[in-house]
Design a binder for this molecule. Sequence first.
Ligand code: NAP
Length: 254
Amino acid sequence: MSESNGARVAIVTGAARGIGAATAIRLAQDGFAVAVLDLDEGSAKGTVEAIEAAGGRGLAVGADVSDAEQVQAAVDRIAAELGPPVVLVNNAGVLRDNMLFKMSDSDWDIVMNVHLRGAFLMTRAAQKHMIDAKWGRIINLSSTSALGNRGQANYSTAKAGLQGFTKTLAIELGKFGVTANAIAPGFIQTEMTKATAERVGIPFDDFIKGAASQIPVARVGQPEDIAHLASFFASEGAGFISGQVVYAAGGPKA
Ligand code: NAP
């Protein structure tokens, strides 16, 4: 029996804040023991405190998802301290927006490394535990930007790449009881969209109002909107849904 007293274990990357934090808290409410992984272990502790305050079990883990050794060490530690991880939410992400002609080599490489290499390394390390358990759920954070977005040649490529990754995982891992699905959010109110507002010089409140005016449900998304969908994909009953991309954007278009 694992230290989590038999609870299934989930890992959420980039879970110190934003969509990742909301997803970690939601999965804990659903009964998972949750590893809250972020670059800095200290910054992940706030999410763990929120999980524990609500009666759940969490573990703060520091790791850079784009570093193979750190990823393996993190997954090994999670397996030892919480139990074998059977849910993985690849959520860690960064932006390095720029028009193509101004985009640097490092703008490209950092975005590919965190989103694509990060999801690859985390999934490769975690899948062993899912296959041993003959049960698993992999959830990858794509974006409406996968459909193309001005100033995001790097990010839109990575987010489209994650959709192909998801579909291939679904095909390879399905026979082991493991599903893989992608969530493609539209505008979600987080530090990431706040940073975009700052970069384009628009007060965040005005940026939110402008975005909401283009969204059929007449509001921007909140991290909990995405956590709800992640909760569904992680659930027992979602076992026949795999290789799908769900756009969660308050309407049918990006
Ligand atoms: P966020 O508030 O910027 O949070 C991202 C988290 O990921 C941060 O805590 C960050 O840590 C962490 N992180 C960055 N690089 C990492 C690395 N190499 N290893 C481990 N952790 C790392 O972002 P968010 O808005 O919640 O977005 C979460 C995910 O949803 C991302 O994949 C994003 O691309 C996607 N998404 C967001 C939106 C949106 O509108 N917000 C829309 C579509 C898709 P530090 O703070 O230490 O950098």
